[in-house]
Ligand binder design. Structure first.
Ligand SMILES: [Zn+2]
Ligand SMILES: [Zn+2]
Length: 332
């Protein structure tokens, strides 16, 4: 299961990354900046949000998400650093909640501490009163649905702030040439084959093009193992030995690094003072993490409408620095 990443807004606007789960109707979000450019149907697909911290530019989209989900059943789960529960509670307390008791919506908040996660539930039909849930120990990662592993590292930004790492599970992919050689048209049997192979259920037979074929033989001929990728999302932090070491522990090597580049090297003192990074530092981080590619985002608003200087600066250190894929672009 692949995670397809798209930056919701321009790199100099509020950060939010829309994560589509390949072949699934669900989607996830990393950070929750302004979400007005997300189509309503895509907002409704979101069921998990990974928040780095509660500064307004990363959290202002909370209301848009809540408003869209209010009438729908199910749960919206928020993951974030210490203090997240109080921030969610504060946002919910800003509204009156009578007349919506028939809504089935529930918010689940997962606050991540160094050795423990603390769950809190806010159910709409209880007027979003906080209901404390379990405190579970963790060993540096959480298992998410679809076989995805979530890791995290603490950044330095003056407030609790987490960097996120998402690891895809290994996948069984169909080899198109082998499929052509098989001489049968693709169909629902292919997903069944992939599901069986992923679960290790290779005994038995499948009906393919009117023939009964052994699953094990078919899997050997048609499927190739595709290793899962590791994605990292790093923003709102000073770049120093401590933050780099924390990231190396959870994200080295990394396939896709998303990194803030609030400033250019010329303003490096300002970056340090404001607990942010420069484009050059993002490039250095990509080298440290042995990244395959780097996407820059979250530029200071002073750099509106021009990505070129940031990209050029990071490329001097790390050539595989690319424009981030954008939500709503023709390719998406
Ligand atoms: Zn911040
Ligand atoms: Zn920020």
């Amino acid at each position: 299961m692949r995670l397809e990443t798209q930056l919701v807004n321009a790199p100099w606007e509020d950060p939010a990354v829309f994560l589509q789960l390949e072949g699934k109707s669900l989607a996830w979000l990393i950070d929750c900046g302004t979400l007005t450019s997300l189509r309503p149907r895509d907002l409704l697909r979101v069921n998990r949000v990974f928040l780095t911290h509660a500064h307004i530019d990363h959290f202002i989209g909370f209301d848009a998400l809540l408003r869209m989900h209010l009438g729908s059943p199910g749960a919206l789960t928020f993951y974030g650093p210490e203090g997240l529960t109080a921030h969610v509670q504060g946002r919910l307390a800003g509204y009156a909640w009578n007349l919506v008791e028939d809504s089935e919506l529930t918010l689940e908040v997962c606050e991540i501490l160094p050795h423990q996660v603390r769950w809190t539930r806010f159910a709409c039909r209880r007027r979003f009163a906080a209901e404390p849930g379990p405190h579970d120990a963790h060993e540096g990662f959480l298992e998410l649905p679809e076989g995805v592993i979530l890791r995290f590292a603490w950044m330095e930004h003056g407030v609790p702030c987490l960097a996120w790492v998402l690891e895809e599970p290994d996948m069984q992919a169909v080899d198109p040439e082998a499929l052509r050689a098989e001489g049968v048209p693709p169909g629902p049997w292919l997903s069944e084959l992939k599901q069986k192979a992923a679960a290790g259920r290779l005994s038995g037979h499948l009906e393919v093009g009117g023939r009964s074929v052994a699953v094990r033989d078919l899997a050997e001929r048609l499927l190739r193992s595709r290793p899962g990728r590791r994605l990292a999302y790093v923003t709102d932090t000073i770049f120093n030995k401590k933050t780099v070491a924390a990231l190396r522990q959870v994200a080295r090597p990394v396939d896709e690094l998303w990194c803030e580049a609030s400033y250019l090297h010329l303003q490096r003192d300002k970056a340090r003072e404001n607990l942010h990074m420069t484009a050059r530092q993002a490039g250095r981080l990509a080298v440290e993490l042995q990244a395959s590619k780097l996407h820059l985002f979250h530029y200071s608003r002073r750099y509106q409408k021009d990505s070129a200087p940031h990209l050029a600066e990071a490329r001097e250190v790390f050539p595989e620095t690319l424009e981030p894929p954008r939500y709503g672009s023709p390719a998406s």
